[in-house]
Design a protein around this ligand. Structure first.
Ligand SMILES: Cc1cc2nc3c(=O)[nH]c(=O)nc-3n(C[C@H](O)[C@H](O)[C@H](O)COP(=O)(O)OP(=O)(O)OC[C@H]3O[C@@H](n4cnc5c(N)ncnc54)[C@H](O)[C@@H]3O)c2cc1C
Length: 348
């Protein structure tokens, strides 16, 4: 190691999103020394629609985190409307701040140390430079480094990995009450992406997601605002927040560096779902660090699911006409119950 080190730790995690927090909890619970650095002053808040699925996370978070739960999903194209029903909620909504705070408390209770307001500036082989809120720079040494730093991951870039497969999402949280959870597939406006209305109790999340290669952000924004108007919802443009979704998975283990969640490109390119993949990969990487022979079957299954989503994107991205046909076929198959809604989810 070069120069003086202010602090040393066995395992250093960059990023306090669901991936980093899940990983920190699992490692700390096994008695390992874990330090997690988060650049934001507060752990949790993130541009997100806050949708979690029954087969994924919904059954594993405390009830008080659930803002609204939906046993019925409404999926629309300009031509048709499918209603998918189940006995239990298919999707529920959570507030990302509350989810993050709960996961942070669980990780700390397990023994992990979390430092918010600390941004990592550069990474070397066995140490990094981080800056705290007071603009002080410190050097932290590590044996293992985990990049859980999201779609624009510094750890990923330090490994020289590209991020070609990216989605982009726009979201606004508005003080409006709605009962239905809605997905709108409209290739003329959103290509092979979609727009959503996800109620959160006394507010709702409204937004749209597309493949970054399919449409410039300014066009997506204009299309979303005019589509929302047709739904009798006015989105003040300044309320819209944009975020990237990295689905370019190229591996998760590189000598003493690991990637989890979106830093690893583990989100769905089709739907933009990334909370559950971040948690699954965070836990799997922790287990692999604890036991090199851990089979990580859950990670393998999720990567397989992600590839299936890639194939749908590749077909739908060929021509606008094919995209329209595929979207309508998808909704028809959901409507007549030939296709299970879970095919669109990242969980099994
Ligand atoms: C508009 C939109 C809507 C979405 N809706 C949903 C949804 O409904 N359901 C769903 O499952 N997914 C959704 N997603 C995706 C989901 O938000 C992400 O996939 C998920 O948060 C990824 O978790 P993560 O832990 O990998 O990364 P993140 O949650 O992005 O966490 C990374 C953390 O690292 C921190 N960080 C980054 N760089 C540094 C640094 N240099 N130093 C220190 N800290 C750093 C960041 O501040 C951040 O807190 C949506 C995404 C977008 C853009």
């Amino acid at each position: 190691m070069v120069g003086s080190v202010d602090r040393e730790t066995d395992i250093l995690i960059i990023g306090g999103g669901p991936g980093g927090l899940a990983c920190a909890q699992e490692l700390a619970r096994a008695g390992r020394e874990v330090l997690l650095l988060e650049r934001k002053a507060e752990i949790g808040p993130k541009v997100c629609a806050g949708g979690i699925t029954w087969s994924g996370l919904l059954q594993h978070v405390p009830e008080q985190l659930i803002q609204q739960a939906f046993p019925c999903q409404h999926i629309r194209t300009p031509e048709q409307h499918a209603q998918v029903r189940a006995d239990q909620p298919i999707i529920a909504t959570v507030d990302r701040r509350e989810l993050g705070q709960w996961m942070a408390a669980e990780a700390e209770a397990a023994g992990a140390r979390l430092l918010a307001g600390t941004r990592v500036r550069s990474i070397a082989a066995d140490h990094l430079l981080a800056r705290t809120g007071e603009q002080e720079t410190c050097t932290i040494g590590f044996r293992q480094l985990i990049g859980a730093d999201g779609a624009n991951s510094l750890v990923r870039r330090s490994l020289g990995l590209s991020s070609r497969l990216m989605g982009v999402g726009l979201n606004a949280n508005l003080p409006l009450v709605r009962e239905q959870m809605e997905w709108h597939l409209n290739p003329a406006l959103f290509r092979h992406g979609y727009a959503w209305i996800f109620p959160h109790g006394r507010t709702l999340s409204i937004g749209a997601y597309v493949d970054r290669a399919a449409m410039p952000l300014a066009r997506l924004k204009a299309n979303l605002i005019s589509w929302a108007r047709q739904q009798q919802i006015t989105i003040p443009p300044e309320q819209l927040r944009a975020g990237l979704v990295n689905y370019d998975y190229q591996g998760h283990h590189f000598a003493n560096r690991w990637l989890v969640g979106e830093a690893a490109g583990l989100a769905s390119g089709l739907t933009g779902e990334g909370i559950y993949p971040a948690i699954v990969s965070g836990r799997a990487v922790a287990r692999l660090i604890l036991d090199k022979t851990y089979p990580a079957d859950e990670l393998t299954r999720m990567i397989r699911k992600q590839h299936r989503h890639h194939r749908v994107i590749a077909w739908a991205g060929r021509t606008p006409r094919l995209c329209g046909l595929l979207m309508n076929l998808l909704v028809l198959l959901l409507r007549i119950k030939v296709l299970d809604f879970r095919m669109l989810e990242m969980a099994d």
